[in-house]
Design a protein around this ligand. Structure first.
Ligand code: 5GP
Length: 217
């Protein structure tokens, strides 16, 4: 087990409905030394990529992205979420469904903070169905910028997001991949990433797994 998997086993709580709570160290109270280790690991995994900006989404991604940014020496832009939006032409907007809140949000980034010269690392806390990520990818692409990679703290490997994003050809690095969890026993099963062959994510999503996500600008 790596350092994040060990911490998930120690302090994560499995809830009904395939929800993993990590609010004592990752996305409510934050263990900054852990976040720093995560930042160093992202730097190692994306070494050689010409990253000049990190993009994340409020709220939970911000802390992780900011600590990681110190390892890349780049600024962080976070996409804002809003239920309704006046389109004034100054914003990139994507529509994404929320796994945790079961609603549709608009995700917004001001055009002045993303441009075609940008080489972007996208960072977030969780990857489930990939709706949030697909919204962020679309925003980067709308700006004519390049997605250099995607760094995720915890991927839920039994949901379709990881497969969809890898099938799209992006370098997706998840520090922990949970392949199963049991709310009754609290047991969490991690994927052995050393055994992930190239292309192993290339499985078609099952019906109903695809999220709605579209950009408006
Ligand atoms: P997706 O868009 O990939 O379906 O979901 C990603 C977002 O949903 C993450 O940014 C995270 O906030 C939230 N999320 C998804 N699954 C979980 C979970 O098991 N636990 C927590 N705490 N958040 C989750």
């Amino acid at each position: 087990m790596n350092f994040l998997e060990e911490r998930i086993v120690k302090d994560g709580v499995v809830k009904e409905g395939n929800v993993l709570k990590v609010d004592s160290f990752l996305n409510h109270q934050m263990d900054i030394k852990l976040l720093d280790q995560m930042g160093a690991e992202f730097r190692r995994r994306f070494a050689g990529r010409p990253i000049n900006k990190i993009l994340t989404i409020e709220a939970s991604g911000i802390g992780i992205a900011c600590v990681a940014a110190q390892h890349f020496d780049v600024p962080v832009v976070f996409a804002k979420k809003s239920q309704s939006i006046n389109l004034d032409g100054e914003m990139y907007v994507a529509e994404v469904e929320s796994f945790t809140h079961k609603c549709v949000n608009h995700v917004i980034v001001a055009k002045k903070f993303l441009n075609p010269d940008d080489h972007v690392l996208i960072i977030d806390d969780f990857l489930a169905n990939g709706c949030a990520l697909q919204g962020l990818i679309q925003i980067v692409q709308s700006a004519g910028a390049t997605v250099e990679g995607i760094g995720i703290a915890i991927e839920k490997g039994f949901q379709s997001g990881g497969r969809i994003i890898r099938n799209l050809g992006f370098q997706l690095e998840s520090l922990a991949i949970v392949d199963g969890m049991n709310a009754e026993t609290g047991e969490i099963k991690f994927r052995d990433q050393s055994k992930m062959a190239a292309g192993s994510g290339c499985i078609e999503p099952k019906d109903g797994e695809i999220c709605r996500s579209s950009t408006l600008d």
